[in-house]
Design a protein around this ligand. Structure first.
Ligand code: ADP
Length: 345
């Protein structure tokens, strides 16, 4: 049973543990742990934290032993995300009486630390973001200067092409800024979903049509069974996830031989975006959902944020996003959503 004031009310990432397992977690903790809430709740602490050491983390030694009050110092630990990725976190524990039988529980607050494996330092983040912002801004500056200084000498077609490029680059900057805002909302648990009935076949068709404007060679089949049910979801967020997956397939795999398909499984729906590209090497696959991870720096530009954010958005709906890939055959990115949105927290 949940305590009266739940950890969902806390602005920070928080877990309640009973000594060996996670009893409850909030969305911000799930985002840090890279897991959906249902999966995080019930996790063994030994599995969640890497080599927990009783000296540095007394609450892991015996959850019922009360840590020093009022608030113990933060401990630096490594948290194990799915697929073996590890991130550095600062963890503070505080005891409270709150279990269903009045037993002592420990509330842990988590703070993501930068600089760990797969978790870039502040300078790396600034450098990635600056680079990603600089290239569209350089192009905006270049084309607008040309338009201003040579307006009378440029033909209408040339002007139109330049304005289209400026328009496109402004969209890139807006998208990157929105991604950064999403990151902070996901990490602090402040993401707000505006759920309403969403038709996924219609949304998928419109996403494919939009991506085709940028990739004119795009050939993407749509395969949704007749009578596909609508789901209670935030249409903007689901569109963002689908756009990221379809764009990635066109950008990193191949714009041809793609397929977006849907399936219904009881009270859950699943959407798969399959490509027939070169696939993702097994050594990269565990890392692609990591913030700022890019498997090949030389490939088309990108921030490495898209999949991390997409997974956070899907999990905020109570769904899951995963990937399978076979080298030389292609990849399938699949996400699930609860049909009635009831697992959304
Ligand atoms: P971004 O595209 O901004 O770099 P993402 O988080 O969307 O960031 O993707 C992370 C990395 O995963 C990409 O840099 C790319 O190397 C790899 N990737 C994603 N989707 C695919 C795909 N369909 N096929 C091959 N590689 C992919």
């Amino acid at each position: 049973m949940r305590p009266a004031i739940t950890i969902d009310d806390l602005a920070v990432a928080a877990l309640i543990i009973d000594g060996t397992r996670v009893v409850a977690a909030n969305a911000a903790a799930a985002a840090i742990a890279g897991r959906q809430l249902d999966e995080l709740e019930g996790q063994r602490l030994d599995d969640l934290f890497v080599a927990p050491d009783a000296v540095s983390a007394p609450w892991l030694d015996d959850g019922r032993r009360v840590p020093s009050e009022p608030s113990p110092l933060e401990q630096r630990l490594r948290l194990r995300r799915p697929l073996g990725e590890e991130v550095a976190v600062a963890v503070a524990g505080r005891s409270r009486s709150g279990g269903s039988h009045g037993e002592v529980e420990i509330v842990l607050t988590l703070r993501l630390l930068h600089g760990g494996h797969g978790d870039p330092s502040g300078m790396e983040v600034v450098s990635t973001v600056s680079h990603e912002l600089r290239s569209p801004l350089t192009s905006v500056k270049g084309y607008t200067s040309l338009l201003l200084t040579r307006w009378g000498r440029l033909g209408d077609e040339q002007k139109k092409a330049m304005l289209e490029q400026v328009h496109h680059d402004a969209d890139r900057v807006t998208r990157l800024v929105n991604e950064l805002l999403d990151i902070s909302r996901l990490e602090t648990g402040h993401l707000q979903l505006r759920c309403q009935p969403v038709s996924l076949p219609g949304l998928a068709a419109s996403v494919v049509a939009k991506v085709a404007l940028e990739y004119p060679d795009l050939e993407c089949g749509l395969d949704f069974p007749d009578g596909f049910p609508s789901v209670m979801a935030d249409p903007d967020k689901v569109e963002q996830v689908l756009t990221n997956l379809v764009e990635n397939a066109a950008k990193y795999a191949s714009p041809t031989g793609m397929q977006v398909s849907g399936a219904v499984n009881g009270d859950t729906v699943a959407v798969a975006v399959a490509d027939s590209g070169a696939g993702i090497p097994p050594s990269d696959l565990p890392h692609i959902f990591t913030k700022f991870y890019r498997s090949d720096q030389g490939r088309p530009s990108g921030s490495g944020l898209g999949l991390w954010i997409s997974r956070g958005l899907v999990e905020a709906h109570g769904g899951r996003l995963s990937a399978d890939s076979v080298v030389d055959r292609g990849s399938v990115f699949r996400f699930t959503l609860p049909r009635d949105g009831k697992r959304q927290r």
